[in-house]
Design a protein around this ligand. Structure first.
Ligand code: PLP
Length: 412
């Protein structure tokens, strides 16, 4: 949905330069058509009773979440704030699942008052907190345990979550005992089992392996009279960041593998994709401020920084970067860096790119997931604007922050 026409980058049927003229830089630009088509690819692959719960942390802009709400998606949320957003964006509460290791009683109460689908419990302490809150509200909390299946997703260590050493979920070997304990609590209604082993998985075999382990657990639970109605297989399906090295995962195979792992059970399958739905539907556009040379090292200094897009700094993540206008000028090897006072403030290092003059525009691709949602005001930089393109029109879906926004709520 982002392509070059006569050497100029377009987002669907709108020239990126036209958006920048009106909105300025840095700006996130999203393609609605990409979001819709990714959702449909996923949804069409599923043949069994299922719900796709968009992982709101990947991109939580109301208009983005609303695209999925209109497609009848649910949401996977990890905080009270995300629940608030998901509801505002039109996601039905009965399609919302709540993950996270540190849900407070206040957050649990908010979730129960809104009658969400399921709370994914990550520890025994949390189980008792949920039971207590539910009883105080005269409710039964629908829960799943998040099981740590101890399979290696073979992705970046910061985004693998299903290993024994990670903080997420409860150990596989303790699961039966925990379900037995939960089964005795008046405020708890056991409805499901959940797992999520990591993110940016280009090979989804580890998710299948985890599913097989979880299927064994469901069998053991059913034998003990604990009926599982929902199996939630988390998110994690990866996207192509680098066309030279990444191979697009086969969504049809992934979904059919998961369905096969649970073929013996009459369960609803919940998927929690985040990155897959939005990652390649967004770019971050930034203006070149200066060129600089320190001895042999060249820098392209741009007006977006790690406060706008943290992934390269946080995970050494690769993002493809290219000029918005191709002019055929010489190719240079440079570091593409931002204005933040940190050595870690870079988008790419030793990167070969067609040179872009000062005031020219660059696009950082694959920025639709974990881009704006990780943005901060570090160095007192107002956060970027967000724009959604739909066909030949576009709309500002979040205004650029102002200087006044920067100090809102502060006291002198
Ligand atoms: C982050 C997260 C997701 C989404 O992960 P993606 O890799 O973006 O698909 C899904 N479920 C849980 C519990 C998460 O923490």
């Amino acid at each position: 949905m982002f392509e070059y026409r006569n050497g100029e980058l377009w987002a669907e049927d709108v020239a990126v330069e036209r958006i920048v003229e009106e909105v300025g830089t840095p700006v996130y630009i999203y393609s609605k058509a990409h979001f819709v088509s990714q959702f449909k690819r996923f949804d069409d692959a599923a043949t069994r009773n299922h719900t796709i719960c968009f992982a709101v942390k990947a991109n939580s802009n109301l208009s983005v979440v609303n695209v999925f709400a209109q497609l009848n998606a649910g949401a996977d949320i990890v905080s009270k704030g995300e629940l608030f957003r998901a509801l505002k964006a039109g996601i039905k509460p009965e399609n919302i699942v709540f993950s996270g290791v540190a849900k407070t009683k206040d957050e649990i109460a908010y979730a129960l008052e809104n009658n969400i689908k399921m709370i994914n419990v990550e520890s025994e302490d949390e189980l008792y907190a949920i039971d207590e809150v539910a009883k105080s509200l005269n409710k039964k909390a629908p829960i799943a345990f998040r099981i740590n299946p101890d399979v290696d997703p073979k992705t970046h260590p910061y985004i693998s979550t299903g290993l024994k050493k990670n903080k997420f979920g409860v150990p596989y070997d303790e699961a039966l005992e925990l379900y037995e304990k939960a089964n005795k609590l008046d405020g708890i209604e056991i409805v499901g089992v959940q797992f999520h082993i990591g993110s940016q998985l280009l090979d989804t075999t580890p998710i299948y392996d985890a599913s097989v382990r979880i299927a064994k657990l469901i069998e053991a639970l059913n034998d003990r009279g604990i009926k599982i109605k929902i199996v939630d297989v988390g998110g994690g399906v990866g996207i192509v960041y680098d066309e030279k090295t990444d191979k697009e995962p086969d969504v049809n195979k992934y979904v059919s593998d998961v369905e096969k792992a649970f073929e013996n059970f009459d369960v609803e399958i919940v998927f929690e994709p985040g990155r897959f739905l939005v990652g390649n539907g967004g770019i971050l556009v930034s203006r070149v401020v200066y060129h600089k040379k320190n001895l042999n090292k060249r820098f392209l200094i741009v007006d977006a920084g790690m406060n706008d897009l943290l992934r390269p700094s946080l995970y050494s993540a690769y993002h493809r970067i290219a000029p918005v206008k191709l002019t055929g000028s010489e190719r240079i090897v440079c570091d593409i860096v931002g204005p933040i006072c940190e050595t870690g403030d870079f988008f790419a290092r030793d990167y070969e790119i067609e040179d872009v003059p000062n005031s020219g525009l660059i696009a950082v691709f694959s920025a639709g997931a974990y881009g704006f949602t990780m943005a901060s005001n570090y160095n007192s930089r107002p956060r970027a604007a967000e724009v959604m393109v739909d066909g030949n029109s576009f709309k500002i879906i979040r205004k650029r922050e102002s200087l006044e926004d920067l100090i809102a709520g502060e006291v002198l």
